[in-house]
Design a protein around this ligand. Structure first.
Ligand SMILES: Nc1nc2c(ncn2[C@@H]2O[C@H](COP(=O)(O)OP(=O)(O)OP(=O)(O)O)[C@@H](O)[C@H]2O)c(=O)[nH]1
Length: 323
């Protein structure tokens, strides 16, 4: 913690869809001694990350149905105000706020939230903007320009993740490419988002001057828009799903559309499986695993797809056939 700093430190975790942000958050929550208030923002209408995050003592607040970098930014400010007031009133206790942005968020407007609003400036201080990067898929995402590029350009720390999925030569090439985009950021290599927390928390690497160099209108203009071709589809189903059919469907789907399926994830109610089943993928790589028991929650499948030019009607029809 910074000396003589009474404001609440904020860590902004950014990175493209599927890069490893939630995995990082789980690692952080499990290993830190600090009490953390977590704000998770998801692009789809249904929050899946909240279910995947291993529950600890922490406050976890979800902001869904849009990106905190644009249409739900007011929700972010309201949430932060509520946290600051509750802390002052000693209703909740926490040492830090960690914000996990959606994979489609431009971090600049999120950072702006802490620089433009008087209340936010008084109560919060940005510790760092940390970008998780998927070593396997980032080159494709960068070739398409857009948010993946801003996330790297705007980070003060890069966690180059999923190093297990690429060769050393590719890593060396990638590090050079990242350095060209953002020569000032510190880069750490990691697998499953595992990193010593002292490298990430309490380092106060956020430097406003550097960010203004990257985004000259940072303190003036708050307009931001997304690539309209990218959208999300959220599906819910109470009836149990057939795992064999589901596997066949998804295998077919990724073969045919993997390139434009940026992210799909869900918590599923599978016939014959007692526990909740987490299913998730990034482009053509997907996996499923059993999660904890349903407890008192109703057994229900919730699945979110995020991709380019999704044929939503067809996806929904195919999903229902897995019942
Ligand atoms: N092989 C491999 N898989 C990883 C690694 N890190 C994370 N994953 C997997 O990648 C998938 C996406 O990880 P998440 O942590 O959910 O990624 P995210 O950035 O939160 O994704 P969004 O919420 O869609 O933005 C999950 O299936 C993880 O288990 C890694 O280092 N290697």
């Amino acid at each position: 913690m910074k000396e003589n700093e009474s404001r609440i430190p904020v860590t902004i975790v950014t990175g493209y869809l599927g890069a490893g942000k939630t995995t990082f958050l789980n690692h952080l929550l499990k290993n830190t001694d600090e009490k953390v208030a977590v704000i998770v923002n998801e692009f789809g209408d249904i929050g899946i990350d909240d279910q995947i995050l291993e529950k600890t003592e922490e406050e976890i607040i979800e902001i869904n149905s849009g990106c905190i970098c644009c249409n739900v930014r007011k929700d972010l400010i309201d949430t932060l105000s509520m946290l600051a007031i509750s802390r002052k009133e000693k209703m909740i206790e926490f040492d830090r706020v960690v914000i996990e942005t959606t994979g489609l968020a431009d971090p600049a407007p999120v950072v702006q939230t802490f620089l433009m609003d008087k209340e936010m400036i008084e109560d919060f201080v940005i510790d760092s903007v940390c970008a998780l990067i998927d070593a396997k898929h980032i080159s494709n995402h960068l070739d398409q320009k857009g948010e993946a590029l801003s996330q790297i350009a705007f980070a003060d720390m890069i966690l180059l993740n999923k190093t297990d999925l690429v060769s050393n030569d590719h890593l060396t090439w990638l590090i050079k490419r990242l350095e060209k985009i953002n020569p000032k950021a510190v880069t750490y290599l990691c697998e499953n988002s595992q990193i010593e927390l002292e490298k990430v928390l309490g380092i106060y690497s956020f430097n406003l001057q550097e960010k203004v160099e990257v985004t000259p209108d940072l303190l003036i203009n708050d307009h931001h828009s997304h690539d309209d071709e990218i959208s999300s589809l959220s599906l819910q189903e109470h009836r149990a799903l057939d795992l064999r059919k589901l596997n066949l469907w998804v295998s077919f789907l990724v073969q045919m559309q993997g390139e434009r399926l940026y992210r799909y994830k869900g918590v599923l109610n599978i016939e014959g499986i007692e526990k909740r089943f987490v299913f998730q993928g990034v482009h053509m790589l997907f996996a499923g695993d059993e999660l904890g028991p349903w407890g008192s929650d109703p057994r229900m499948s919730e699945l979110v797809f995020i991709g380019k030019n999704l044929n939503k009607q067809k996806l929904e029809e195919q999903f229902r056939r897995c019942v």
